[in-house]
Design a protein around this ligand. Structure first.
Ligand SMILES: NC(=O)c1ccc[n+]([C@@H]2O[C@H](COP(=O)([O-])OP(=O)(O)OC[C@H]3O[C@@H](n4cnc5c(N)ncnc54)[C@H](O)[C@@H]3O)[C@@H](O)[C@H]2O)c1
Length: 259
């Protein structure tokens, strides 16, 4: 008689700290990680959605907490990290996912809104990487995954400043991976670079059926990705990727930049 082994949970015993986890890609990642056995800290500025999401995960048998964190605030990171560790134990995985985008042109952007975008999309992941390296090097290592964008690889007339911040994040990922390798730290740093994904952030670009169709057709696979597909790519980097995979920029864009 053949025995069927139960599916193994790929993150059993692990704790993950996920920023921007109240909605979209971060929420899909928190849900998937929990199903894969991880304890998850959902960090976000959106307390109502974040609390709700953590409760929902817990109601399905997962271990999840919501942590209030504005990723751009240097003073909030140590408290948030400590709060998560007190509730869930040593953190093994950081997903730097929180981000903002606004459709501005080089002619109409204000310096203030440019600075805010940079604070969230670049300062935030920088502070997260610094926090994680300092902590993980004392606790046996870990994996850092940054959510970049293909907008950081190419120019974008509709999102020039978003594109610039994501370009900076893509480079930060590469440099942090090099640093950890050189210092012999057991910490990998990788990124996913999504194409268009159906979330609150991309909603303004899909406001009409015509916009939606044009955006879908720009991707060779002919459709917009779902946040759950990004979560699978993040899970790969967090759980299944070999230990020597670092400095990778995993493009998940339905073939858009391969054209
Ligand atoms: N949606 C897309 O098409 C797309 C494409 C490429 C990359 N991305 C990236 O994916 C990531 C997640 O975005 P999403 O599409 O899920 O959008 P989303 O708006 O659903 O999620 C972003 C989350 O970040 C949180 N957030 C915003 N500012 C924050 C701050 N200062 N501190 C903490 N949390 C903050 C928001 O509250 C929200 O929960 C972002 O980094 C985004 O740039 C998205």
């Amino acid at each position: 008689m053949t025995t069927v082994n139960p599916p193994t949970q790929r993150l059993l015993g692990k704790t993950a700290f996920i920023t921007g986890a109240a909605t979209g890609i971060g929420l899909a990642t928190a849900r998937l990680f929990s199903r894969e056995g991880a304890r998850v800290a959902l960090a976000d500025i959106n307390s109502s959605a974040g609390e709700r999401a953590a409760k929902d995960i817990a109601s399905k048998g997962g271990k999840a907490v919501f942590i209030f964190l504005d990723v751009s605030r240097e003073d909030q990171w140590p408290r948030a990290w400590q709060e998560a560790q007190l509730a869930l134990g040593t953190i093994h995985i950081l997903v730097n996912n929180a981000g903002v985008a606004s459709p501005v042109t080089p002619e109409n952007v204000t310096l203030e809104s440019w600075r805010r975008m940079r604070e969230v999309n670049v300062d935030g992941p920088f502070l997260g990487i610094r926090q994680a390296i300092g902590s993980m090097k004392k606790t046996g290592g870990g994996r850092i995954i940054n959510v970049g964008s293909i907008s950081g690889m190419v120019g974008d007339p509709d999102l020039p400043f978003y594109s610039a911040t994501k370009g900076a994040l893509n480079q930060l990922s590469l440099s942090a991976s090099q640093y950890c390798a050189r210092e012999n730290l057991p910490i990998s740093v990788n990124a996913i670079l999504p194409g268009a994904v159906k979330t609150n952030m991309s909603a303004p670009y899909m406001a009409t059926p015509r916009d939606l169709q044009a955006l879908a057709e720009a991707h060779p696979l002919g459709r917009i990705a779902q946040p759950e597909e990004m979560a699978l790519a993040i899970l790969f980097l967090a759980a299944q990727a070999p230990a020597n995979l670092t400095g990778a920029q995993l493009v998940v864009d339905g073939g858009l930049t391969a054209q």
